[in-house]
Design a binder for this molecule. Structure first.
Ligand SMILES: Nc1nc2c(c(=O)[nH]1)N[C@H]1C(S)=C(S)[C@@H](COP(=O)(O)OP(=O)(O)OC[C@H]3O[C@@H](n4cnc5c(=O)[nH]c(N)nc54)[C@H](O)[C@@H]3O)O[C@H]1N2
Ligand SMILES: Nc1nc2c(c(=O)[nH]1)N[C@H]1C(S)=C(S)[C@@H](COP(=O)(O)OP(=O)(O)OC[C@H]3O[C@@H](n4cnc5c(=O)[nH]c(N)nc54)[C@H](O)[C@@H]3O)O[C@H]1N2
Ligand SMILES: [Mo]
Length: 760
């Protein structure tokens, strides 16, 4: 067993490059994940833990939000799920001695990778004002410190309560209840940086801000479009679903500036064809689009559909939609030349795509961050909705919208009320059930919370999970905003950058992870989660907790609420902490679709939440119909000599958690400070393969931001585009560069100049 973290840092970043691969998964993936898992957990624990992932009596994989098939394999996890589990179930520990040996100033010089590799947090730690080191603190004292700061605020709106998407339904429901009873809607979450654009676009057009398909629908589809998503790395179990869809006759179009290996070919490690054979070719048509060209592409496809006799579903349009004429006029005006230049595609490619679209009776569009993190993301996703509505592809089997969510319970957290702009009906229900008047004014999202901290309007920052400082845009602005806070508090499993860039005082509150046993006064507990397709099910950890000092997330919220709100609160916090079933009773009373929650969740397969467009083709929008929309077409353009940079994930990371330094499918090893550039663009810019550059972001207000020391890799991305990993490149994303309407940071289209330097 190798429970020791790496000794040195900065960890050597010396990228080596081989040609990109053309297939994903297969045996190398299994070997790779087992190696990482065994380094963290040892052999026995690896076997015991991984067999419990996503089983009906086990825990929900803390990796992604892709749903579980009803018939599960003995090993219903993937390489990257195994890495996520190993990261949590590691045997390495961060103890008070560690903090005694490492002043915060020292930890602030370490990489995020090094911090994460130190292991699980074991005790509550406190950084007093002016102190150099974190020191151990009791839970009671920690809650006193938070309560003192919260009650000293001029207004509850000077506190910010962030959530990351691993938090269970029960913890999330309690957390928003506490924040609102305290008096604020300042509940930003990672969704603000992720699928907020999908939520905004879908709520307006279909009336429900979630996907409209179930796993079975993928198996029934004729055509699946995968746009702006890299499932081979980020949702590997989706590849098994695509494989099955193909076996049933589906065609796949992938739309991406990068040829992602996982979408080209899948070698399923769970069948003989995948292990010994060549695997399954997935993509039938690859549209290598320029960054941000998707709205233009879908607009032109819509024009072409409209121009094809009999291609639209007239009855559906008449019965169920609104705004068709205005949309159709805008679509008819789409221009071929403009589309070709916006997308970088050939006419022949678009013709081929059109033929596949017209040949399909049941079409699903899946997407992720490649569509959501641009200035014009909301109109882009609305154009995808137009595309589906035209042929009646919403609310029937094998068809619909499929935004593929990130964090394993990010969708559930939103359902539970983690939202800075809660619906009035939700607040009314809270008021009825709990007998206090929740605040009605909208709170801060992520970007507004950073501005509020920067401008002194927010003074206490509390995070339920996540790594706000590293995940947020404009690193320097965010870090200095965080340092102005009176108090920063993080409920966390692992050490990260947000623990070392702190307010005047700081607390780290260590918590149980998914894999661990949770026993409270009322006996062993389980929690629930909702996947990307609106299926709710239980999750039960089995491992001994990483330390006897850990509290569960629900327990932390309940104790904090009792301490802050005092005897005046009529909410039974003590009872909630003892028995999470009591929390579920209240969720059932407040949130539609959770009736008889405790009974229904005892079904090991879980249950599906209602979704009006999917279930009955009814659309709870302002017009009572599905809305066509007609926004002007936009696309980003880089001036002469500049490139459009997207900031994305490598294969060895989970957001800001770095598992290793390889990006296997893209052929990059042992380094993360790389920038992928098309060989011809590189040549025009005079940059040889392997040249060293600084990435200099240029924002429209004339400001520049610099990320130094990246190695240029000649790579087959779309022309005019570049790609580099997040979070290293967050320093380049201006705080004000956000999507219209959703306010999501536009981290997939940053204008950059590459300045050649000498290697460090
Ligand atoms: N192993 C692992 N799993 C994860 C995560 C992780 O970090 N690691 N993160 C989780 C989270 S929170 C999320 S949100 C998801 C993220 O899942 P993804 O969205 O797949 O993640 P990204 O790496 O950001 O990849 C974006 C993809 O969009 C493409 N793209 C970029 N710009 C454009 C564009 O303008 N148009 C089109 N058509 N394509 C574009 C990129 O080339 C890339 O393939 O994954 C979740 N699962
Ligand atoms: N430039 C750029 N920026 C981006 C993105 C991008 O594509 N490009 N993607 C955005 C997206 S999609 C997202 S979702 C955000 C992610 O933003 P976050 O969700 O804030 O970040 P993570 O890196 O997922 O958080 C990791 C930390 O969560 C803690 N943690 C893990 N498990 C648990 C748990 O069970 N309980 C608790 N309490 N804590 C736990 C650990 O301490 C770990 O260090 O980043 C966004 N930022
Ligand atoms: Mo995400």
């Amino acid at each position: 067993m190798a429970a020791k973290p790496p000794a040195g840092d900065p960890i050597q970043d010396a990228p080596e490059v081989t040609p990109p691969q053309h297939a994903a998964a297969g045996l190398p993936a299994v070997g790779h994940s087992l190696r990482i898992a065994q380094q963290q957990m040892g052999v026995r624990r690896t076997a015991l833990t991984l067999l419990r992932v996503n089983q009906k009596d086990g825990f929900d994989c803390p990796g992604c939000a892709w749903p579980e098939p009803d018939k599960r394999h003995a090993a219903e996890f993937c390489e990257n799920g195994a890495k996520a589990v190993a990261e949590e179930a590691t045997l390495r520990r961060v103890t008070p001695d560690f903090f005694a040996a490492h002043p915060v100033a020292d930890l602030a010089t370490r990489s995020g990778y090094w911090l994460g590799q130190q292991g699980r947090l074991t005790q509550p730690m406190y950084l007093p004002e002016g102190a150099e080191r974190y020191e151990p603190v009791t839970w009671d004292r920690a809650f006193d410190i938070i309560a003192d700061e919260l009650t000293a605020l001029g207004s509850p709106d000077e506190a910010v309560f962030y959530t990351s998407g691993r938090t269970s339904n029960e913890a999330a429901f309690l957390y928003q209840l506490f924040a609102r009873e305290f008096g604020t809607n300042n509940l930003p979450d990672c969704s603000n940086m992720c699928h907020e654009s999908s939520g905004s676009a879908l709520t307006e057009t279909l009336g429900v801000g979630k996907g409209s398909v179930l796993l079975e629908d993928l198996y029934k589809a004729d055509l699946i479009v995968v746009a702006g998503q890299n499932p081979g790395t980020n949702h590997p179990r989706m590849l098994s679903a695509l494989e099955k869809a193909k076996a049933n006759g589906a065609k796949i179009i992938s739309i991406n500036p990068l040829p992602e290996a996982g979408l080209e070919r899948f070698k399923n490690p769970q069948n003989a064809r995948g292990i010994a054979g060549g695997g399954t070719a997935l993509t039938d048509l690859f549209l290598q689009i320029r960054i941000g060209g998707d709205q233009a592409l879908f607009r032109l496809l819509n024009k072409l559909i409209l121009e094809t006799e009999g291609a639209t579903d007239e009855e559906f349009i008449r019965e169920h939609t609104h705004g068709f004429e205005e949309f159709a006029a805008a679509a008819r005006a789409a221009d071929w030349d403009e589309t070709l230049s916006a997308t970088g595609l050939d006419r022949a490619d678009i013709d081929r795509a059109l033929r596949m679209v017209l040949d399909s009776k049941r079409t699903i569009v899946c997407w992720a961050m490649g569509l959501t993190q641009h200035k014009h993301s909301v109109p882009t996703i609305r154009e995808v909705v137009n595309f589906l509505l035209l042929r009646g592809n919403v609310g029937r089997p094998g068809a619909g919208v499929c935004p593929v969510r990130g964090h394993s319970n990010v969708q559930g957290d939103r359902t539970m009320g983690i939202f800075e702009r809660p619906a009035p009906a939700f607040l009314d229900a809270l008021e009825r059930e709990f007998g206090f008047a929740p605040p009605r004014e909208h709170g801060f999202d992520v970007v507004r919370a950073i501005r509020a901290l920067r401008d002194g309007q927010a003074k206490v920052f509390f995070a339920m999970g996540g790594n706000f400082v590293a995940a947020s845009p404009d690193t320097e602005v965010t870090e200095s905003a965080m340092r102005t806070a009176r108090l920063t508090v993080h409920v966390s499993t692992k050490l990260n950058r947000s623990h070392v860039v702190t307010g005047a005082r700081a607390l780290i509150l260590p918590t149980l992870g998914r894999t661990e046993r949770d026993v409270q006064g009322g006996g062993p507990q389980f929690v629930t989660v909702e996947d990307s397709m609106g299926m709710v099910h239980a999750s039960r950890g089995r491992l001994e907790p990483a330390s006897s000092h850990l509290l569960s997330e629900p327990a932390i919220v309940c104790r904090l609420a009792r301490r802050v709100l005092g005897p005046e609160s009529r909410t039974p916090w003590e009872e909630f902490e003892k028995d999470y079933a009591r929390v579920r009773d209240r969720i059932a009373a407040v949130i539609p679709g959770f009736e008889d929650f405790n009974d229904r969740v005892s079904d090991p397969s879980g249950f599906a939440l209602p979704h009006a467009p999917r279930d009955s083709r009814s659309f709870p929008t302002a017009t009572g119909k599905a809305n066509f929309t007609a926004a002007p077409v936009e696309y980003p353009e880089a001036p002469e000599g500049r490139l459009l940079l997207q900031t994305l994930r490598s294969h060895d990371q989970y957001n800001t958690t770095i598992y290793g330094l390889d990006d296997r499918y893209r052929g990059i090893k042992n380094g993360r400070r790389v920038v992928l550039v098309h060989p011809e663009d590189a040549q025009e810019l005079g940059l040889a393969d392997g040249a060293y550059v600084d990435l200099v972001g240029e924002w429209k207000d004339g400001t520049e931001r610099r990320a130094p020391g990246f190695r240029v890799i000649h790579y087959p991305t779309a022309r005019g585009c570049a790609a580099s990993y997040y979070p290293e490149t967050n320093v380049l994303v201006p705080l004000d560069a956000t999507a219209d309407t959703s306010n999501t940071p536009a981290s997939k289209s940053v204008v950059v100049r590459l300045e050649q330097t000498t290697p460090a």
